[in-house]
Design a protein around this ligand. Sequence first.
Ligand code: MD3
Ligand code: FE
Length: 209
Amino acid sequence: PPAEIAPGAVHVPGWLDLAAQRRLLDACREWAKPPAGLRTVRMPSGGEMSVRTVCLGWHWFPYGYARTVVDGDGAPVKPFPQWLGELAREAVARAFGRQAGPEPYDIALVNFYDAAGGATMGLHRDSDEKSGAPVVSLSLGDACVFRLGNSAGRGRPWRDVELRSGDLFVFGGPSRLAYHGVPRTRPGTSPPALGLSGRLNVTLRVSGL
Ligand code: MD3
Ligand code: FE
């Protein structure tokens, strides 16, 4: 059942069945291929993110959105498929019990957490979108500890939630600008039938651009 973890932040465990997880994983494997495929993001500070990322619809770079891979191979970003937009609207309806607003979902960011490399994501806010529409998150593969903080800063209070393969999380309202991150994954917990080593997270967003 959906659980409201914080105002506007709703967790729906096991929303995607195994067949739906497989379809999404197969699509991610296609999207990962070059050009405009999976890449390592370099921060302005010079450090590299430990997750690897592929973008659809709009290319995210620190810190903004572009139509080409401005900090990589320069290729046009892959298109955002209509079925992902429909999936996002179904996700919002399931989590919030009401229809999503009129703005079309037009960005997908796929993050790959390597099991062996111990990939994590530090606490941050997603503030490069011009729209306040809810962010939809879908998890595949290894479980992880997801940390949901507050919108004032990186400190407490926060809540740690275990995210597993097939889980849906939607972040809207007061949680849209909350700090959040992934302090650890749990290597070896991916469902064997899925055929994925490591963790994938797909976020669906409205650019407002
Ligand atoms: C809360 N991804 O891509 S998903 C990200 O699991 C990101 O890869 C994490 O943070 C991951 O930016 C966490 C959950 C998530 C995504 C977007 C949010 C939580 C959010 C936006 C606003 C508030
Ligand atoms: Fe984020």
